[in-house]
Write a protein that binds this ligand. Structure first.
Ligand code: HAM
Length: 393
């Protein structure tokens, strides 16, 4: 994830684990499930209402405003890898604490920016070799399109109230768009003939969406236009997207995001357009396990030192420090294992090289460096180790 973020020009941001409750209500929206049902909210000793962060976008916006980062000018690209907290009914793939890799690109309004963010998410999944993903994409239009759509949608849904689930009936006036991506069978039947946001798009929103789709075509990213995709957070406008995996159960969304042009301004910052995504790390791992994909292995030491005797132990310890200060990954046997056991430990750690250091090596200044994969042994002066090993850094 870090390597992908780096190749797309994003830098890491870390925000606190909790924020003022108000921030999430204002950004995610007071009528959303996240705010209504899922927040871990508590009062601190100063009688402030705080909430464990349920998502990463609002905290990044808050930090951006607080530290006046717009003064740096240009576009701003941030990523985070962080725990999120949602008081949801736990089930496979849905946790009360989950982790997200997320990005936020602030300052650019073009469809190219949207395509780049979607491409980044898709590239991450491709690098991890995930198979069988489905990218859904939609536009919610501008605030003006949405307002016109909302009025018509409420009228339509009022006429189908009997079929709607209890949840949806409650949402009807406050958040009717959410009913469109409900999974409840009654809701689905009721919305089968509902009006589509696509009939309410103005020229700006339609052009933006069409340009985005043609960019995705040229990048060869397969997608499905899904007019019912609304996403569960209120801050979105124009582009929204979600990636699902057939290897997950009911909770099949592995990542999602969208454009949120008005959010920074609504929170008291400058009027900068923005877009981002969040992807669930546990869900990525679930897909990797289901598809038996190679999981990352722990880093391998370049050199494993095995000292024999007290004097050698002392010298090897110093040598290890000197090499590590040159950024070479070295480990040594600190527990005083017998030679055979120490060699076993070196193989378990998958060390590239092993050197046994005893009195003879200390006297001659030469060590026998064994390359573990080829079992080739060469005699190297201790002073030359750094140069020889630095190519493994
Ligand atoms: P979200 O769709 O609510 O978006 O969450 C992003 C991803 O986090 C989901 O696709 C899913 O993989 C994972 N996820 C969410 N809730 C859970 C859970 N309870 N257990 C396990 N995984 C979960 C956002 O949070 C937006 N902030 C994304 C974004 C960034 N939009 C713009 N910028």
């Amino acid at each position: 994830m870090r390597a992908t973020a780096h190749s797309y020009g994003y830098r890491e941001v870390r925000t606190p684990m909790f924020e003022r409750t108000e921030l999430f209500i204002r950004s995610i929206g007071e009528h959303t499930d996240v705010v209504n049902k899922e927040m871990y909210t508590f009062t601190d000793k100063g009688n402030r209402s705080l909430t464990l962060r349920p998502e990463g976008t609002a905290p990044v916006m808050r930090a951006f405003i607080e530290h006046q980062l717009q003064q740096e000018g240009g576009d701003h690209r941030f990523f985070y890898i962080a725990p999120m907290f949602r008081y949801e009914r736990s089930q496979a793939g849905r946790y009360r604490q989950h982790h997200q890799f997320g990005v936020e690109a602030i300052g650019c309004a073009t469809p190219e920016q949207d395509a780049e963010v979607i491409d980044m998410l898709y590239t991450l999944y491709s690098r991890l070799q995930l198979q069988g993903l489905e990218v859904s994409i939609n536009t919610l239009g501008t605030a003006e399109c949405r307002e016109r759509f909302r009025t018509v949608l409420i009228d339509y849904l009022r006429g189908h109230q009997q079929q709607l689930s209890e949840d949806s009936r409650r949402r009807l006036e406050a958040n009717p768009c959410r009913i469109l991506d409900s999974k409840d069978p009654g809701d689905r039947a009721a919305i089968a003939a509902a009006p589509s946001i696509h009939d309410f798009l103005n020229a700006e929103a339609r052009d933006h969406f069409e340009q985005l789709l043609s960019l995705l075509d040229s990048l060869k990213i397969p997608y499905k236009v899904t007019p019912l995709l609304m996403r569960g957070l209120d801050y979105y406008n124009k582009t929204v997207f979600e990636v699902a995996s057939g290897s997950l159960g009911a909770q099949d969304s592995i990542g999602g995001g969208g454009r949120y042009d008005g959010l920074l301004k609504a929170l008291g910052g400058s009027d900068l357009p923005s877009i981002g995504f969040g992807t669930g790390i546990e869900r990525i791992l679930q897909v990797m396990l289901a598809q038996q994909l190679p999981l990352p292995t722990p880093p391998r030491p370049t050199l494993y030192l095995i000292p024999l005797g007290a004097k050698a132990k002392q010298q090897a310890f110093l040598l290890m420090q000197a090499l590590r200060r040159k950024a070479i990954a070295v480990q040594m046997d600190l527990t005083g294992r017998k030679l055979g056991k120490a060699m076993q430990q070196a193989s378990q750690l998958r060390a590239h090289y092993v050197a046994v250091i005893g009195d003879r090596e200390l006297d001659s200044g030469l060590v026998e460096l064994k390359q573990m994969e080829t079992a080739e042994v060469q005699s190297v002066s201790i002073d030359a180790l750094e140069i020889l090993l630095s190519s493994h850094r």
